[in-house]
Design a protein around this ligand. Structure first.
Ligand SMILES: NC(=O)c1ccc[n+]([C@@H]2O[C@H](COP(=O)([O-])OP(=O)(O)OC[C@H]3O[C@@H](n4cnc5c(N)ncnc54)[C@H](OP(=O)(O)O)[C@@H]3O)[C@@H](O)[C@H]2O)c1
Length: 401
């Protein structure tokens, strides 16, 4: 069968997901063409990618970063057109010349471009979980109404997707005999550290994940297990199950990427080396399977697979995510916004590791209930929650000084 060449827009090309995606794509020059690459401020990396790949468009934040990219492109005779800021992101996310959009921006900044790609009916490969956490049902309604194809890149959700029958619908998992989703978690770098030492851990220690190589924000999220909390919310939204039917299982080897338990007692799992190129390759050419460059899994070297319950006292962020999911309304938006503020403050050395959960809890509690029935409501709630988290942070840091 001859398959048409896919034209890709890569949102967040300069990040970890961007790097892994470009690695897979480079192995299949006959299957994929890069249409657009986007960055935020890392103009140096964006320039080097564009000089090598020559996409039709490059997007970068306006101002100095954009001027620098344009200057180098002119000097090097690179014909890639430079677009700026959110307008540029929205343009490339919806461009009819591109059929597939990889959502690899980090945080809530990915919401509008990813949603725009969905509304344009694209195949969207979703790594950026925060938009789904923030806009939940609005996002999933947009997928259905616009005939978009949403394929999860997060390794856990991609694993669940692979363990479900090909024709599943998110309203029909119970009819298909699905009892539960078992979401695996490595437990991060601090799984076995004495709890009383957690308050002194540094950003570099938090970013040194034992199994996965990722951007700094998601690495800190993995260390607090908020990443698993966000993934729990993501799983409920993607697969249409309540939080009570998604269990987090700590599995230190990160070889099983998640499991689906059926009513007959069968548990289907997807295994592989912890390398994002596997879910990326799976989704890029789905349903065809393509080489990803990932080493075959050597089960004899792995030797054993361990499992333990997630300790929500050690990792209060996970409990906060379950609670926000149950509360609904704006609670997940506040949870996500406060987490971004708290992680940023931790990475800047302003907030201690164990204060992250407290800041999130106080923000969600102070934010209270709010109706969310449009994207404008989501953006407003996000802004308000960030403002509240920022002022709670200032009060806390001031209190420590
Ligand atoms: N890394 C993984 O293995 C992994 C696995 C599963 C899911 N995810 C999810 O995938 C997303 C990306 O993670 P990552 O680890 O690849 O992050 P990362 O390495 O920090 O890269 C983030 C990307 O987003 C861009 N960006 C940051 N802020 C932006 C803004 N305000 N507007 C536009 N672009 C912006 C960055 O541009 P600059 O480089 O110019 O700053 C960069 O290209 C996250 O939502 C994460 O949870 C990641």
């Amino acid at each position: 069968m001859i398959r048409s060449v896919r034209s890709l827009t890569l949102l967040g090309a300069t990040g970890s997901i961007g790097k892994s995606t470009l690695d897979v794509v480079a192995r299949h020059p006959d299957r994929f063409r890069i249409h657009a690459l986007t960055a935020h401020r890392n103009s140096e990396r964006l320039i080097s990618l564009c000089l090598r790949i020559a996409p039709r468009f490059a997007v970068v934040e306006g101002g100095d970063a954009a001027r620098e990219v344009q200057r180098v492109f002119r000097a090097e005779g690179c014909r890639t057109e430079v677009l700026e800021g959110l307008q540029g992101l929205l343009q490339v996310a919806t461009d009819p010349e591109s059929d597939t959009v990889v959502a690899g921006i980090v945080g809530g900044a990915g919401l509008l471009p990813t949603l725009a790609a969905v509304q344009a009916g694209k195949r969207v490969l979703l790594a950026n979980k925060e938009p789904l956490v923030m806009a939940g049902s609005l996002f999933m309604d947009a997928v259905r109404e616009n005939g978009a194809e949403l394929l999860p890149l997060d390794s856990e959700h991609n694993a669940v997707f692979q363990c479900l029958p090909g024709n599943f619908s998110r309203d029909g998992l119970t009819e298909l005999g699905v009892r539960r989703i078992l979401l695996t978690a490595s437990g991060g770098p601090f799984r076995d550290l004495p709890v009383e030492t957690l308050s002194a851990v540094t950003p570099d220690q938090a970013c040194a994940h034992p199994n996965w190589s990722m951007g700094r924000k998601i690495s800190v999220d993995s260390a607090t297990m908020m990443n698993k909390g966000l993934e729990l919310i993501e799983a409920c939204r993607l697969f249409g199950l309540p939080g009570s039917r998604v269990e987090v299982v700590v599995h230190p080897q990160s070889v099983i990427h998640s499991m689906v338990e059926y009513v007959d007692g069968s548990v289907l799992a997807q295994l592989g080396n912890p390398d994002m190129r596997t879910p990326i390759a799976h989704a890029l050419d789905y349903p065809a399977r393509i080489e990803s460059g990932v080493e075959p899994l050597d089960l004899f070297r792995v030797g054993r697979l361990d499992f333990q319950a997630a300790d929500q006292d050690r990792f209060p962020c996970l409990r906060l995510a379950y609670e926000a999911l149950a509360e609904g309304g704006g609670a997940c938006i506040a949870l996500n916004a406060a987490n971004e503020v708290a992680v940023d403050a931790f990475l800047q050395g302003r907030l201690g590791f164990t204060d992250i959960a407290g800041l999130i809890a106080d923000t969600v509690e102070g934010f209270g209930a709010c109706p969310v029935s449009s994207v404008d409501d989501v953006l407003l709630a996000d802004r308000e929650a960030r403002r509240l988290a920022g002022s709670l942070l200032d009060a806390l840091v001031g209190g420590h000084a």
